[in-house]
Design a protein around this ligand. Sequence first.
Ligand code: HEC
Ligand code: HEC
Length: 382
Amino acid sequence: MKPYRFLLPLALSSLVFAQGSPGDGNIPGVGEPGGPATDLPPAELAMWLRGRALFDHDFHRSQGLGANELNADSCRGCHQDPAVGGAGGLELNVSRFGRDNLGLGPFHNLPGGQGLSKLRPPYVTGREEYDPLQADVFEQRQTPSILGLGLLDAIPEAEILAHEDPDDLIVPDGIKGVARRLTVNGQPEIGRFGWKAQVPRLADFVRDAMAGELGITTPNDGRDFGMRADVDAVADPELSQTQIDEVAFFMLNLAAPQRTGSLDPQVTAGELLFEQIGCALCHLPELQGPSGPVHAYTDLLLHDVMPTAYRGMEEPGAEAGVFRTPPLWGIRTTVPYMHDGRGEDLRGAISAHFNEAASAKTAFQALAPIDQDALIAFLNDL
Ligand code: HEC
Ligand code: HEC
């Protein structure tokens, strides 16, 4: 098995040649879905293209794919709608599991964490060979879109914290909103990415996904994400720091979804209703970023929006029914909806809101059909 070690640098460096340029018919143009956000200078464009090629690359076992975890062989395998870097359909959901004692609690992780591999490679033993009775709660997770997330990576922590209302006392409206507080390398940080805001930075998500989705090891940057070593025959780390930086650079510079620009009065009416019935209390129409307002329709805060009896994964600082408000930009291209895909269309997504979001949902359901249609038309314009 040793020779694999020498295949890795060769195979991955050849990716550098597997490129085009934005707008050439293979790679989306500047500002388009899946294209770069701006016209990057040549050296940066080359880095973006190398990052994209790695994101798009089908890894092989000779490159370290698949020990201990394996859900797919490329990032693009799941993040592909409407372009490389986008969202994924229901069939690409990943699964998490744990034990909550038949709903009575307390919840605990099984050894090795919550990730339940879809395609566990046959040469890995131990990871999921528990007594099946030990795991009694499962949760599906949908593949979210990465387009535009560089803008959310750059939102100052103070801007996120400014919208918190942990006890519903600042504005008593039934809506709380708390930031996900994490400790990274002994320091407090705010989580932003993932359905429970469990990851602070996009660069951390490269390590996290390389490990959890592809089973690829990454070098230690002291921030505790990803996997340092695994049990296959390929030398660790299987990806270099430079390659991680390239994938992160690709994601950080993906263009944000653009509104359709429709002047249809129905869309304008829907936008007003979105604010009036309280959707905008969580799906904030703008957050202040370092280079201006970001219209992602999220507050990046956690809310309890599941029914009271909901059973799912728990993490410190994010109980079972608690999820981060997802951005709504580009929502017309990322069906189905909600963390597990239970919303098969936009109306289904609204119906699946409970608890803190119950009054907004009830208000939507009380609207006249023509007004409901207007609100949906607005969502389809984002
Ligand atoms: C098997 C499908 C699958 C593959 C392969 C995959 N992802 Fe994901 N990705 C997901 C799912 C599901 C989530 C949501 C995870 C969660 O929060 O539980 C996600 C979340 C993300 C997020 C956070 C998005 C957000 O809105 O917060 C980023 C960034 C990301 N993935 C990057 C990557 C990278 C980089 C790769 C390749 C190394 C990759 N993903 C491979 C399914 C996948
Ligand atoms: C209390 C905060 C809150 C309010 C109010 C709220 N939402 Fe949400 N919304 C969320 C959270 C949290 C999720 C993610 C839940 C999950 O993943 O299961 C979500 C998910 C969604 C999704 C699916 C997004 C995706 O990518 O899957 C849509 C669409 C949506 N909301 C629209 C609305 C509309 C329209 C309203 C008003 C009727 C509304 N929301 C009110 C917090 C809120």
